[in-house]
Ligand binder design. Structure first.
Ligand SMILES: Cc1cc2nc3c(=O)[nH]c(=O)nc-3n(C[C@H](O)[C@H](O)[C@H](O)COP(=O)(O)O)c2cc1C
Length: 167
């Protein structure tokens, strides 16, 4: 059984269309982690950036306010952070989380989902997390389109590797 040492593990993610959510849930399930879904608060007006992908347009503040959460990320030994790729980087709610959590001295593993243009998503996240130890990164190409079972299996295998690397 993974996570035999009872390490405190957290999976933090944002998902607009459920792909990243499906990966986050399979990682959390495999590692007995707590799960924190980032939910931006929709506000009228204010600063907005329009993100466009394959005819789909989403307007969001580049650092949106998040719904409050009771989890304290600083209480965890290992944190998985997951985001869909938006405009070749991570989605704005992850920016809000990174700013407000101000993580340091954590073991961190990064995952993203995308549709072929990953851009610099990991480089940008890693540069924001320079006070931490990055122990793994993985990307999933269109997990729902390419078959949830494939992505779920791949994410479980990766989560096991990450756990092994810190035990
Ligand atoms: C606003 C927006 C921007 C996107 N930008 C990119 C991109 O730059 N590169 C890419 O490969 N996919 C891009 N995508 C596709 C998503 O990254 C991909 O569908 C992802 O798996 C969605 O995750 P989710 O279902 O958790 O929201 C974009 C999707 C949206 C909605």
């Amino acid at each position: 059984m993974p996570n035999e040492d009872d390490k405190k593990i957290l999976v933090v993610y944002y998902s607009h269309d459920e792909s990243t959510k499906s990966i986050a849930e399979s990682i959390a399930n495999e590692t007995n982690a707590d799960l924190l879904e980032l939910r931006p608060i929709e506000k009228k007006g204010g600063r907005k950036v329009r993100y466009i992908w394959e005819g789909k347009s989403v307007s969001m503040d580049p650092v949106p306010e998040l719904e409050p959460y009771s989890i304290d990320p600083n209480q965890y030994d290992l944190i998985f952070l997951g985001s869909p790729v938006w405009a070749m980087s991570y989605a704005p709610p992850m920016e809000s989380f990174l700013k407000e959590a101000n993580l340091s001295e954590k073991k961190i593993a990064l995952f993203c989902t995308h549709e072929g243009l990953m851009g610099i998503v990991f480089q940008e996240m890693i540069s924001k997390l320079s006070a931490n130890k990055i122990i793994g990164t993985v990307d999933f190409y269109d997990p729902i389109g390419s078959g949830v079972n494939y992505a779920a299996n791949a994410s479980v295998n990766w989560a096991r590797q990450v756990l092994k690397s810190i035990s």
